[in-house]
Design a binder for this molecule. Structure first.
Ligand SMILES: [Zn+2]
Length: 320
């Protein structure tokens, strides 16, 4: 009874503040910081094309692009206008977008986004998953590490994608109750599609089980855990967000040779000079792996992203 009363009180407060979309117009402008949440939101809303009649009343826009380093998105003035018109903002949290997003939110002066993080109009994806590498000690930003709050690239686990989609569906149902049955139906379809693909991806990745690979940035831990990839503990970056130094690379090369590292995973936006040099000094083959939607051609939604990652890894290892 008490929780129901609190729920209605919350809805009433949000309605007073104008934070719930008008039922008369039934429009919802969803803005996401990262492309993976744009893709997951589209799965739930059922967005299929600009002409898709069923979801014309909902728009979904990502600020970050898959071809850029999403820790360091270059803010554009148009992003302030997009945020100003947003009904909902979905962000990653856990250190990926906190460096560039808050000033844009402040400049947008949109009261729906300036609320506390548990507001239904400002959604943190990190709340829906169990994060890896959570800090065990007091964090200190002077260390220069951009993963201080734990490993933030959790969307690369297909199981986490389902958890995030479930969390988003709950929020969307709260914001637009009239469309809740449609959101739930689309969520179920997405979940079934992932569950159908999982054993296929597992089978494709079987040759890479426990094969040692290294990455440029600390990106693929959730993917490695999902498919048994032998991700070594070191990266080309000495710490997440810190560019490779000559001293670090000098120490890394003998360690890679000792561990018989087969693949060196880089993302499309990384510089190629350092990985190419390392590949010449070791047995590791450089492979470009997209970490999000739109990172390379053919990664238009979540399933095609994982399809692309898996096929690129399998092909690179087979031709090693
Ligand atoms: Zn990162």
């Amino acid at each position: 009874m008490r929780s129901q009363f609190q729920c209605w009180l919350r809805i009433l407060c949000l309605a007073c503040l104008g934070l719930l979309p008008s039922q008369a117009t039934a429009t919802l402008s969803i803005v996401t910081s990262l492309p993976e949440y744009e893709a997951l939101a589209k799965e739930i809303v059922g967005w299929c094309s600009p002409l898709c009649a069923e979801s014309d009343e909902i728009t979904i826009t990502s600020l970050g692009r898959g071809t850029e380093d999403l820790h360091f998105v270059n803010p554009k003035p148009s992003y302030i206008r997009i945020l100003n018109n947003a009904d909902v903002l979905i962000q990653n949290g856990a250190g990926v977008d906190e460096g560039w997003l808050p000033p844009l939110i402040a400049a947008s002066r949109n009261p729906k986004l300036v609320l506390s993080f548990d507001s239904p109009t400002r959604i943190m994806a990190a709340q829906f998953v169990d994060m890896l590498q959570l800090p065990s000690t007091q964090i200190d930003r002077s260390m220069g590490d951009i993963h201080l709050l734990g490993h933030p690239h959790f969307h690369l686990s297909p199981t986490n994608a389902i958890l995030i989609a479930k969390g988003l569906t709950e929020k969307f149902c709260f914001l637009q109750p009239d469309s809740c049955s449609r959101f739930t139906r689309n969520l179920n379809t997405f979940e079934k599609r992932i569950e159908k693909k999982l054993p296929i991806w597992q089978k494709q990745m079987k040759p890479l089980r426990n094969v040692n690979v290294i990455e440029y940035h600390q990106t693929f831990a959730y993917l490695a855990k999902s498919f048994g990839l032998g991700l070594v503990g070191d990266e080309l970056e000495p710490k997440p967000g810190i560019p490779p130094s000559a001293a670090h690379i000098r120490k890394l090369i003998p360690r890679m040779n000792a561990m018989d590292v087969k693949l060196l995973l880089i993302e499309p936006f990384h510089e190629r000079k350092t990985p190419t040099f390392i590949a010449q000094q070791t047995k590791a083959k450089v492979v470009i792996i997209p970490s999000t939607i739109g990172g390379v051609p053919g990664t238009d939604d979540y399933i095609s992203l994982i399809d692309t990652i898996v096929s690129r890894l399998v092909l690179a290892y087979a031709s090693h």
